[in-house]
Design a binder for this molecule. Structure first.
Ligand code: C2E
Ligand code: MG
Ligand code: MG
Ligand code: MG
Length: 288
């Protein structure tokens, strides 16, 4: 009997595995199709200055509107893109599209682009970036490349070269999701960054957690002492914004001030945000 039950359990497990594998293969096929048909889209989320309250830039964020499943979040399909090698085409398209979009803006705002570890491992990223900037006619210092610590952990020598080459062009390097990785402090010594982005997990704990306030304050101080600027991501309410502002963070980003939006909403958003009197960052209504 025990044997039989085990057998059943195994068949059940096997069936679930097959289902899972099948769903994954299907999604993989759909993603390949979406890339070929140009069904991926970039949304743009504003970054505000804490001192002037103005929009200083936008972060490009991938969106996949799946015909049957609706919006698939990047945290779901990016690992798939990496595992299948589709990331090369996607990453290329993201940099190209983001730079072309930014080149068309009325104001010289910055554009931030996320780059994943596997894109970073490929040879030629610095050359790709240089060629793309030239084609778009975008000044290098208007581009920010956002990387996470995992990029630095894997191939330190390659990462050093690549970051050096990018910074040499005048491109800004941002360390994203700061505080969530392993040994942030040693990276800060070996690599030169322009900006630290405080992870939203710390920002969202602000106000209901004393430790979170201390950590955020400490990261801001650390960044400034190292001559880096600092941005807080994931600001969702006025309380968090007030704490961030009180500790002299340079920039903020979050649903409270602006959600990621499609490209056709950007001009109106920037005009509206730019027309606001100072200090009104606290009262700017979040968009849909
Ligand atoms: P990330 O670069 O850390 O981006 C921040 C994420 O936080 C985005 O999620 C953004 O929509 C979300 N966010 C912004 N403000 C708030 C807020 O106030 N509250 C909450 N709860 N969330 C907020 P999204 O767009 O789902 O992207 C998730 C991650 O996927 C990104 O994290 C990034 O690691 C990756 N990703 C997105 N687009 C790209 C891309 O073009 N290339 C690469 N390589 N990775 C990308
Ligand atoms: Mg980012
Ligand atoms: Mg982040
Ligand atoms: Mg993140």
């Amino acid at each position: 009997r025990v044997k039989e039950e085990r057998g059943n359990a195994f068949r059940f497990f096997e069936a679930r595995m097959n289902e899972h594998l099948h769903a994954r293969r299907q999604l993989e096929q759909d993603l390949r199709y979406a890339v070929e048909r140009g069904q991926l889209e970039l949304y743009y989320q504003p970054l505000f200055s804490c001192s002037t309250n103005l929009v200083e830039g936008f972060e490009a964020l991938l969106r996949w509107n799946h015909p049957a499943r609706g919006m698939v979040p990047p945290l779901e399909f990016m690992p798939l893109a990496e595992a299948t090698g589709l990331i090369d085409r996607i990453g290329h398209w993201v940099i190209e599209t983001a730079c072309a979009t930014a080149a068309g803006w009325q104001r010289p705002l910055r554009i931030a682009v996320n780059v994943s570890p596997s894109q970073f491992r490929r040879a030629g990223l610095a050359e790709t970036v240089a060629a793309t900037l030239a084609r778009a006619g975008l000044a290098p210092d208007r581009l920010e490349i956002e990387i996470t610590e995992s990029v630095l952990m894997e191939h330190t020598a390659i990462a050093l070269d690549l970051l050096g080459a990018l910074r040499g062009q005048g491109v800004h390097i941002v360390l994203d999701d700061f505080g969530t990785g392993y040994s942030s402090l040693s990276y800060l010594r070996s690599f030169r960054f322009d900006k630290l982005k405080i992870d939203k997990s710390f920002v969202q704990a602000l106000g209901n957690n004393e430790d979170a306030t201390m950590i955020v304050r400490t990261i801001i101080g650390l960044a400034h002492n190292l001559g880096l600027s600092v941005v807080a991501e994931g600001v969702e309410n006025p309380r968090q914004l007030a704490i961030i502002g009180a500790h002299l963070c340079d920039q903020v980003q979050g649903y409270l001030l602006g959600r990621p939006m499609p490209v056709d909403k950007l001009a109106a958003f920037t005009d509206q945000a730019a027309a606001l009197p100072s200090r009104s960052i606290q009262t700017l209504t979040p968009t849909a």
